[in-house]
Design a protein around this ligand. Sequence first.
Ligand code: AMP
Length: 184
Amino acid sequence: MSKRLIFLGPPGAGKGTQAERLAASAEIPHISTGEILRQAITDGTALGQQAQAFMDKGELVPDSLLVDLVRERLQQPDAASGWILDGFPRTVAQAEFLDQLLTELQQTPITILNLEVPKEILVERLLARKRKDDTADTIRRRLVVYQEQTKPIVEFYSDRQVHHINGDRTPEAVEQALRELIST
Ligand code: AMP
């Protein structure tokens, strides 16, 4: 299995938690575009200033702001032996871009993981998380945005193997399932 992993799945599915754990044990970087954007907002960079209004509303940040960020991050020395992308790609256009980029960087193939969790459970989890963009209104919007813009990526990858994982379990059980999958 390739040590270049992408996590699909809705907000609240546990992508961040699982990506962090797997990255630590595999000693590869966990690259969360959401974290990078939140840090950019905290740092007050131009990227952060451009991204903030979209994030506060639960909308996706325009693709054009993400592509340079990802291109640059995947070329850092620590990403040479593998990486886990969490929160990217989020649109079919981003998935197309990623394919091109990875071909260019000779970083193919990728392992595609799709964490599945029922919608009611997602809402509960997101409300419990108390992140700034986890208010009832933005959660609702982010779930719609996921259905409309992110879920079609699963179809985009239909000619490749997509590993569907039941994320409606304890973090430990999900982690175990992922470890078994990745070690094959
Ligand atoms: P996350 O931490 O992955 O839930 O991302 C938080 C927010 O950051 C999302 O709701 C989007 O506004 C923005 N974001 C993160 N990754 C992306 C991406 N790949 N494309 C567009 N917006 C993104």
